[in-house]
Design a protein around this ligand. Structure first.
Ligand SMILES: NC(=O)c1ccc[n+]([C@@H]2O[C@H](COP(=O)([O-])OP(=O)(O)OC[C@H]3O[C@@H](n4cnc5c(N)ncnc54)[C@H](OP(=O)(O)O)[C@@H]3O)[C@@H](O)[C@H]2O)c1
Length: 189
């Protein structure tokens, strides 16, 4: 069955964005970006791939799911289909529903993703944010945390929700000279 993989950048203290959605405190250059471009280029927005002259070869993911809080800032900047050619699913009860390569749905995220996982296809990338990830945790198979060498102190947490520890198994770790570390976890069931 295809896996749901939460691949996300975090501060060392567990924030994926600042309280106002800031993310410019994460280093955007360095060998960690080169690795992402080489191995998971589909997780870079299309305009970033173009800027870096990165082309898509084989991809791990063919679908990305995200909450409206993650989609809306890019949309406001004119990026309606930021991760093309991935099938994009945006969960929102406030945006008008939409079909096509970018689907906007008000469905229950857990039920929707369970159905998606049963359909044939490549793995599914959970882009974020923390509110959606908190709801989808029962269906998350892997967490790949890109830990940035910075403390944010406040902002959007990796996962929203109440205190409820979930065990992880560390499968792999990589340290980049940029100071970014990638931690690959399997979620224990
Ligand atoms: N560092 C990273 O790698 C990374 C990755 C992704 C995102 N981010 C950042 O994270 C922030 C956004 O995260 P967030 O936690 O605030 O928001 P989010 O999870 O992206 O989106 C939350 C929104 O999703 C919709 N939603 C949630 N549950 C739903 C449900 N059950 N049914 C239908 N729709 C549902 C709602 O939209 P409506 O209000 O429209 O109903 C809700 O307001 C942004 O600043 C973004 O830049 C960072």
């Amino acid at each position: 069955m295809r896996k749901l993989v939460y691949f996300v950048a975090s501060s060392a203290d567990g924030f994926i964005a600042g309280p106002g959605g800031e993310f410019d405190f994460f280093p955007m250059e360095g060998d960690h970006i080169a690795a992402q471009a080489a191995e998971l280029a589909e997780t870079l927005p299309q305009h970033v791939r173009e800027m870096l002259h990165v082309s898509l070869g084989q991809t791990r993911f063919d679908t990305v799911v995200m909450g409206r809080g993650t989609y809306a800032p890019g949309l406001a900047a004119g990026f309606e289909d930021p991760y093309a050619p991935l099938q994009t699913v945006v969960f929102s009860r406030s945006l008008p529903a939409r079909e096509g390569r970018v689907r906007i749905v008000a469905d229950d995220p857990l039920a929707f993703v369970r159905t998606l996982k049963e359909q044939p296809g490549k793995d599914i990338w959970l882009c974020g944010g923390g509110a959606l990830a908190g709801q989808l945790l029962p269906e998350i198979d892997e967490v790949i945390l890109k830990i940035n060498p910075v403390l944010a102190r406040d902002g959007v947490r990796v996962l929203a929700g109440d205190f409820q520890p979930s065990k992880l198994t560390l499968r792999k770790h990589r340290a980049f000279t940029s100071g970014v570390t990638w931690l690959y976890y399997d979620v224990a069931r």
